[in-house]
Design a protein around this ligand. Structure first.
Ligand SMILES: [Zn+2]
Ligand SMILES: [Zn+2]
Length: 271
């Protein structure tokens, strides 16, 4: 069965390690059919003052060249050049039109910021400890995620790590069921795909993104699903992909959908 990962990083963002070429080598060794590089799209100084969260604007050209080179060196591996793009809501301060995004094979849509706060950055996690914080944060996270997923004026091909708010293991006091239904509806309305992101198993939440019940809701809503390891070091490039396929199958999916060049999508049957 073909293995794919449509989400990984590299040394081009401030918190990734390893050359693009090293990820391609590791992917080929692991027998991957497709690997998408999805570096964090540049953020302004207002959101990323230390250049830790995203790729500096001036390095994007080298990033793209490195991915093109890796594709040439590894003809047996389908290499996609993508980006992971933050949804910033009303605080968006970048130009994000076709001129900026059309050159990428895949654009992941991510909510890492709640009204300017990087809620999943370990250096900024203190706010989660304030009284009542998890309820308020989850509510706002859900609103922003649904806005991002449903708005067809934005190019987000795949919504990544859909329930990232659970990363540090903080959950709200309320039942997440209605939010899961709303998220599934929003993703379907926006024509999005979602991903099973295997990195979740290694954070405090100790399970992949999304939770099984949320993945079931996506499946019921007819939202196609891919798999991404979100590797930030080459050794993790193929981590737990088979496990992710198992999670998808248990949620009701019959196939993995893989984004490709020019908006193409292909399917791999789940055995
Ligand atoms: Zn992310
Ligand atoms: Zn990522």
């Amino acid at each position: 069965m073909e293995l794919v990962s449509t989400h990984c990083h590299s040394r081009y963002c401030g918190h990734g390690e390893g050359e693009v070429e090293a990820y391609a080598c590791a992917a080929e060794e692991a027998g991957l059919a497709t690997l998408a590089f999805t570096e964090h799209y540049p953020l302004s100084g207002a959101f990323d003052p230390d250049g830790y969260l995203s790729v500096p604007e001036q390095a994007m050209g080298s990033y793209r060249e490195a991915v093109a080179e890796a594709a040439q060196r590894h003809p047996s591996l389908e290499v996609l050049c993508g980006v992971e793009l933050d949804y910033l809501g009303d605080l968006e301060d970048r130009a994000l039109g076709p001129a900026e995004l059309d050159g990428f094979d895949v654009v992941l849509g991510s909510v890492h910021f709640i009204d300017g706060w990087a809620f999943d950055d370990p250096a900024q996690r203190g706010r989660w400890e304030e009284p009542g914080a998890p309820d308020a944060i989850w509510r706002r996270y859900g609103e922003l995620w649904c806005e991002a997923a449903a708005d067809r004026s934005l190019r987000f091909d795949v919504m990544s790590h859909p329930d990232l708010a659970k990363k540090f293991g903080y959950y709200p006091s309320f039942d997440l069921g209605p939010l899961y239904e709303a998220m599934a509806e929003a993703a379907a309305a926006g024509g999005r795909m979602v991903e099973v992101n295997t990195s979740g198993g290694y954070y405090a939440c100790a399970e992949m993104f999304p939770a099984p019940a949320l993945l079931e809701a996506f499946c019921r809503a007819g939202v196609p699903c891919t798999v991404g390891t979100d590797a930030h070091v080459p050794v993790n490039v193929a981590r737990d992909i088979r496990k992710a396929y198992g999670l998808m199958a248990r949620a009701g999916y019959r196939s993995v959908t893989v984004p490709g060049k020019g908006g193409a999508r292909r399917s791999i049957a789940l055995e």
